[in-house]
Design a protein around this ligand. Structure first.
Ligand SMILES: Nc1ncnc2c1ncn2[C@@H]1O[C@H](COP(=O)(O)OS(=O)(=O)O)[C@@H](OP(=O)(O)O)[C@H]1O
Ligand SMILES: Nc1ncnc2c1ncn2[C@@H]1O[C@H](COP(=O)(O)OP(=O)(O)O)[C@@H](O)[C@H]1O
Length: 205
């Protein structure tokens, strides 16, 4: 997937910004980091990400939610759901998330991100203390029962191809930093687990 007939950009020089990431973290009075949610459609990524971001925002933190459905309405509206398109989707998201971290924000990403290699690529883009992989774990049967957007029904009837969990793979994380079992714990309990993790890392008072 290439958008240039001349190959990669050349003659470009990195400019250091006058206001550094550290300056912004000090001004915000908190660390900046990506909570990288991954999980099946309907597992609860958006619900938990939005609630966690809202509660942090109410405490004065700078937060942003990058959500699969929303980003695919704009920046990534040219991408579908083949393995290659998902890879490009995640590559762009990783770069955008990195910019948000640079801007001092606590970012919650809510993408299915089904491939381990793509998640590893995003981890590589960031510093070790800027990427937290959050596995939003929920059995396919429960996600399918929830079916909040009616997509599983469409996938089962063949109306949607390459649907994760039905006709496309989901590679569960092998060593996530946090596991949220949304079929066992409530949304509030899952959000609390994120906050407990932040406290443990000294990122939250
Ligand atoms: N074929 C197929 N497979 C999976 N999901 C599909 C598909 N077609 C549309 N949708 C809707 O798109 C949302 C997933 O987009 P993502 O950008 O998160 O996907 S990925 O990370 O590139 O795999 C996903 O959102 P969530 O339900 O919030 O996960 C769906 O609403
Ligand atoms: N513990 C939980 N955490 C998150 N969502 C839950 C939980 N229990 C039930 N749900 C419900 O599951 C659905 C998850 O949908 P959504 O957040 O859009 O998932 P995703 O973003 O992973 O596709 C919502 O209808 C939500 O109310």
């Amino acid at each position: 997937m290439s958008f240039s007939t001349e190959g990669p950009s050349q003659n470009i020089v990195w400019h250091e910004q006058m206001i550094t990431k550290e300056n912004k973290r000090l001004a915000n009075n908190h660390h900046s980091v990506v909570f990288y949610f991954t999980g099946l459609s309907g597992s609860g990524k958006s619900t938990i990400a939005n609630l966690a971001a809202k509660q942090l925002f109410e405490q004065g933190a700078q937060t942003y939610v990058l959500d699969g459905d929303n980003v695919r309405h704009g920046l990534n509206k040219d991408l579908g759901f083949t393995e290659e398109a998902r890879q490009e989707n995640i590559r762009r998201i990783g770069e955008v998330a990195k910019l948000f971290v640079d801007s001092g924000q606590i970012v919650f990403t809510a993408f299915i991100s089904p491939y381990e290699s793509d998640r590893a690529m995003v981890r590589q883009l960031l510093e070790a203390d800027e990427f937290v992989e959050v596995y939003v774990a929920c059995p396919l049967t429960v996600c399918e029962e929830r079916d909040p957007k009616g997509l599983y029904r469409k996938a089962r009837s063949g109306e949607i191809a390459n649907f994760t969990g039905i006709s496309a793979p989901y590679e569960a994380p092998t060593a996530p930093d946090v596991i949220l079992q949304t079929d066992v714990y409530t949304t509030e309990q899952c959000v609390q687990q994120i906050f407990d993790y932040m406290k443990q890392r000294n990122w939250m008072k």
